[in-house]
Design a protein around this ligand. Structure first.
Ligand SMILES: NC(=O)c1ccc[n+]([C@@H]2O[C@H](COP(=O)([O-])OP(=O)(O)OC[C@H]3O[C@@H](n4cnc5c(N)ncnc54)[C@H](O)[C@@H]3O)[C@@H](O)[C@H]2O)c1
Length: 454
C-alpha cells in the first residue's frame, strides 16, 4: 500500500485484517515513525486498535522502503494524494506518477498495480504506459551494463482501477462493509487476483462492479459529484425556505422519505468541504472540458457551495451587527464530525471572513485543532468546549460533533456576553432556544411568511 494517509492507512490495515500480508509505505519518514510508535497520524475511530492488532499478528508492517515493499508483493495499491489546488482545479497527479515511477523501478516479477487514489479518466492507461516505459528503459543495453543483477526479460504487469469510497470518520466500517467494490480492468488474471483480495466481502454479499478502467475512474467522480449536488440542492432549497417561510428540516424530511430520493445528504449546512467533494467536483468539470464537453449541473453545484459559505458568513455578520473587535466563539472546525481533516473545510472560509472584518475568534474542536492551527494561525484555540464560549458576543456552531448536540444550554447562556447562537447545522430548535432566552439564528427556517401575504 503506497501512501499512509486517510485512505492508505485505513485500507492497508483493513486488508491486513482480512488476513493478507500488507506492507504500508509512506515517503514521510516521520509519519512511519509515528505509526510504529503506536500513535496514529490521523483521527479515525478504531484505527489505533486495529493497527496494533494486525501489527502484533505480523500481517501489517510499515516502511519507507518502496523498492522492497514492491518486490515482496504481488499487488501494489497506489493510495497517494491527488489534490486539486495549484493546477486551476485539475487533479494534481504528481504524487501518483512519481510513486508509479518508483514502483516501476522495483518491478521484478508479475504485479498488479491498483489505483485507489481518485484519478481522472485516462490515468490508468497513462500509468500503464509510464510503467511500461520504465521497464523498457531497464532493458536497454546501457542499463544492463551498469546493473549486473538486472533481468533481461520484461516482467509482465496489469493496471487496475479500484476507487475507494470510504468516508473519513467511519473509514474502517466503510472499508469492511462497503456498499460496493468497483474493479476496473482489462485483464482477467488481475480481476481474479482482486476478487481474491476482497474475498471476505463476498461472504457479506457485497456487490462487485466489474468495469473497464475508464468506467471505474469515472464512477468515483460521478458518485462524489452526485453527492455534492445533493448537498448544494438542499442548501439552495434552504434559501428558498427562508424567503418563502418554509422550513428546511421538514422539507428535507418530506423529500427524503421518498425512497427514490433518500434522506442522506439532505441536511442544510454551511456548504460541503473536505478532501474529496471540493476537489473532485472541480476536477470533473475539467475532465469534461478536456473531452470537449461541459457539466453545467456540477458547475452549479460548485457555485452554490461557494455562495452557501458566503451566505453563512453574511448571516453571522448580520446577526452580530458591528462585528469589529467582537469576540466570536466557534464550535467545530473540521469539515465534518469524527475527523481531524481541515482540507477545504467551510470553517476556513467563514472564520477568515470574520477575522478580515476585525472579529476575534476563539474556537474549539474535539479533534481538528492541531491541523486547524496550521491553516488558521490567527484563531485563539480553547482547550475545553465551554472555555471557548466564555465572554463571547456570539456562538457559531460550525460542525455537528456529538459533543455539541447536548450542550448545557443554561451554562452556555451564562457564559456568553450576548446570548446570540448561530446554529449552522440546525441542531437545536428555534422554539426551545427562544424559550431559553437565546437570540437564535439557523438556516432555512423561514418564520415570517404568511401564505398569500407579502
Ligand atoms: N480522504 C478520503 O476520505 C478519501 C476517500 C476516498 C478516496 N480518497 C482519495 O484517495 C487518495 C488519497 O487520499 P488521502 O486523503 O488518503 O490523502 P493523504 O494526503 O491523506 O495521504 C497521501 C499519503 O501519500 C504519501 N505519499 C505521497 N507520495 C508518496 C510516494 N511517492 N511514496 C510513498 N508515499 C507517498 C503522503 O506522504 C501521504 O501520507 C486521493 O486520491 C483521494 O482523493 C480519499
Amino acid at each position: 500500500m503506497i501512501g499512509c494517509g486517510y485512505v492508505g492507512l485505513v485500507s492497508g490495515t483493513c486488508l491486513a485484517d482480512f488476513g493478507h500480508n500488507v506492507v504500508c509505505v509512506d515517503a514521510d519518514a516521520e509519519k512511519i515513525d509515528l505509526i510504529e510508535s503506536g500513535t496514529m497520524p490521523i483521527y479515525e475511530i478504531g484505527l489505533e486498535e486495529l493497527v496494533k492488532r494486525n501489527r502484533s499478528s505480523g500481517r501489517l508492517v510499515f516502511t519507507t522502503d518502496i523498492g522492497k515493499a514492491v518486490s515482496d508483493s504481488l499487488v501494489v495499491f497506489l493510495a497517494v494524494g491527488t489534490p486539486g489546488a495549484g493546477f486551476a482545479g485539475r487533479a494534481d497527479l504528481s504524487q501518483v506518477y512519481s510513486a508509479a515511477e518508483e514502483v516501476a523501478q522495483a518491478i521484478d516479477d508479475y504485479k498488479v498495480i491498483v489505483s485507489k487514489s481518485t484519478v481522472p479518466v485516462g490515468t490508468g492507461r497513462q500509468l500503464k504506459r509510464l510503467i511500461s516505459d520504465v521497464l523498457d528503459r531497464k532493458l536497454s543495453a546501457e542499463y544492463l551494463n551498469t546493473h549486473p543483477d538486472a533481468q533481461a526479460v520484461k516482467p509482465d504487469f496489469d493496471v487496475v482501477s479500484n476507487p475507494e469510497f470510504l468516508r473519513e470518520g467511519s473509514g474502517i466500517e466503510d472499508f469492511m462493509r462497503p456498499n460496493r467494490v468497483v474493479i476496473g480492468s482489462d485483464s482477467e488474471s488481475a480481476r481474479a487476483i482482486m476478487k481474491d483480495i476482497y474475498r471476505p466481502l463476498y461472504l457479506l454479499d457485497t456487490p462487485m462492479v466489474n468495469t473497464t478502467i475508464e468506467t471505474a475512474e469515472l464512477i468515483k467522480y460521478a458518485s462524489n459529484a452526485f453527492l455534492a449536488t445533493k448537498i448544494s440542492y438542499i442548501n439552495s432549497m434552504s434559501r428558498l425556505c427562508e424567503a418563502l417561510g418554509a422550513d428546511i428540516d421538514d422539507l428535507a424530511r418530506g423529500m427524503g422519505l421518498d425512497r427514490r430520493i433518500g434522506r442522506k445528504f439532505l441536511h442544510v449546512s454551511p456548504g460541503y468541504g473536505g478532501s474529496c467533494f471540493p476537489k473532485d467536483t472541480v476536477a470533473l468539470t475539467h475532465i469534461a472540458k478536456d473531452a470537449g464537453l461541459t457539466v453545467p449541473i456540477v458547475e452549479a453545484t460548485i457555485k452554490t457551495n461557494e455562495e452557501q459559505k458566503k451566505m453563512a458568513l453574511e448571516k453571522i455578520v448580520a446577526s452580530v451587527g458591528e462585528i469589529k473587535d467582537k469576540k466570536i466563539a466557534v464550535l467545530g472546525l473540521a469539515f465534518k464530525p469524527n475527523t481531524d481533516d481541515m482540507r477545504d473545510a467551510s470553517s476556513m472560509t467563514i472564520i477568515r471572513g470574520l477575522l478580515a472584518k476585525g472579529a476575534h475568534v476563539k474556537a474549539y474542536d474535539p479533534a481538528a485543532m492541531k491541523n486547524a492551527r496550521r491553516v488558521l494561525p490567527e484563531v485563539e484555540y480553547a482547550e475545553e468546549l465551554y472555555s471557548a464560549i466564555e465572554g463571547a458576543d456570539a456562538l457559531v456552531l460550525m460542525t455537528e460533533w456529538n459533543a455539541f448536540r447536548q450542550l448545557d444550554l443554561l451554562k452556555v447562556k451564562k457564559l456568553l456576553n450576548r446570548p446570540l447562537f448561530v446554529d449552522l447545522r440546525n441542531i437545536y430548535t428555534p422554539a426551545r432556544m427562544e424559550r431559553l432566552g437565546f437570540e437564535y439564528v439557523s438556516l432555512g427556517r423561514g418564520a415570517d411568511y404568511v401564505a398569500g401575504g407579502e
